[in-house]
Design a protein around this ligand. Structure first.
Ligand SMILES: *Cc1c(COP(=O)(O)O)cnc(C)c1O
Length: 379
């Protein structure tokens, strides 16, 4: 049988083993070493904007340390995009703070700037304080409307943490996602744009912030000959072996992104004349998505089938697809949290499907997926 088509699977450049072998040869089998430094330097060079990057054990760890650096603590509120993966919101709770969820806008599917400002004003009225931070997500690689969001954040003096876990290489107005806010988080989990098997990074504004994040990520050891601790620390540093994979992956990042964009172009072409199927696409020239996953909305009145019908049909053809992220304000675990809603993310969740887009997905796979969809339309 034909191999299963997966959403986005790890894909090696072939250069990874050389870095891993060096680590073994020099016995750098630890959460520090030349690969960790080299991977950080590669990321800093790639992202530009004079940013300083700390390689960590996960994107979730990066988001957590971003909140630590912004001083988020017990009793604080943090405004967080509702339409996202739970890892955007969980670290807020780790800090003893409360997430307050903000709905999306229709063109980017990301945080609605108008609702963001309404929420800031309303929280101030209700609690007497402004929220401590804003977590904005570039979901599926699509940049959020950062000019507006940053202007609102600046107006009320609230720092922005970007969750760019899915958006490595995406750009907003020529700048890389993750470099626009005060801090930005990246993920290198197995299915992201590049992988270190598991890992993440925090993009920080300056050398001093990088030093502090590194300090927190390595158990907050003060500079004494014995172990002295004055702050709560974390064991979040990236392993030198994983960073070796990361250095190898950096050599193929541009090709991965080009491939994801190529797959998006094929879907765009195919869905152009299908009434009732809309592909998430850059709204205008300010946006340059890496098209990590390609996502469609299905208007079942026009197509005669919904996302679950299509998911099952693709499954039949041995193709993986997945419903869009279920918004956080609809998750049982966050049922007690306040939220500012306009119905957009719930409607996306009820109509959308993620289609395969990773480096292993071929033009023939896309043809198969498109044929499957077209054959359902005829019924
Ligand atoms: C993957 C992901 C994360 C978490 O990254 P990990 O490396 O898996 O911890 C956070 N936010 C979003 C939007 C993600 O997709």
């Amino acid at each position: 049988m034909r191999e299963r088509v997966l959403l986005c699977m790890a894909h090696m450049s072939g250069n990874e083993m050389q870095y891993i072998e060096e680590a073994f040869k020099d016995n750098w089998i630890s959460p520090l070493g030349p690969n960790v430094n080299g991977f950080e330097a590669d990321l800093e060079g790639y992202l530009g904007e004079r940013k300083h990057v700390v390689a960590l054990s996960a994107g979730t760890a990066a988001l957590h340390l971003g909140l630590v650096m912004l001083g988020v603590g017990q009793g604080d509120e943090v405004l967080c995009q509702s339409f996202t993966f739970s890892a955007s919101a969980n670290p807020i709770v780790y800090q003893g703070a409360r997430p307050v969820f903000i709905d999306s806008e229709e063109d980017t599917w990301n945080m609605c700037p108008d609702l963001l400002e309404q929420a800031i004003i309303d929280r101030k009225q209700k609690t007497g304080r402004y929220p401590k931070a804003i977590v904005v997500v570039h979901l599926y690689g699509m940049p959020a409307k950062m000019t507006k969001i940053l202007a609102i954040a600046a107006k009320y003096g609230i720092p922005v943490l970007e969750d760019a876990a899915e958006a490595l290489g995406s750009e907003y107005m020529g700048k890389k996602c993750g470099t626009l806010g005060t801090y930005g988080a990246l993920s290198f989990n197995g299915n992201k744009m590049i992988t270190t098997s598991g890992g993440g990074a925090l993009i920080t504004p300056d050398a001093d912030s990088k030093r502090q994040v590194t300090f927190y990520s390595t158990q907050a050891r003060e500079p004494f000959p014995y172990y002295q601790h004055e702050k709560i620390g974390y064991n979040y540093r990236m392993s030198n072996i994983c960073a070796g994979i990361g250095r190898g992956q950096m050599t193929i990042l541009k090709e991965h992104i080009a491939h994801h964009k190529h797959i998006h172009d094929l879907y765009e072409e195919a869905f152009r004349d299908i009434d009732g199927i809309t592909l998430l696409t850059n709204p205008d020239e300010r946006f340059n998505s890496n098209y990590w996953l390609c996502n469609i909305l299905i208007d079942s009145d026009k197509t005669g089938f919904n996302y679950e019908d299509l998911r099952l049909a693709l499954e039949e053809a041995n193709v993986e697809s997945r419903p869009l992220w279920k918004p956080m304000h609809l998750q049982p675990v966050f049922a007690d949290c306040d939220s500012y809603l306009n119905g957009v993310s719930e409607s996306l969740f009820n109509k959308g499907l993620c289609l395969p887009a990773g480096p292993w997905v071929s033009d023939e796979d896309i043809a198969l997926i498109v044929d499957t969809i077209k054959s359902m339309l005829k019924r």
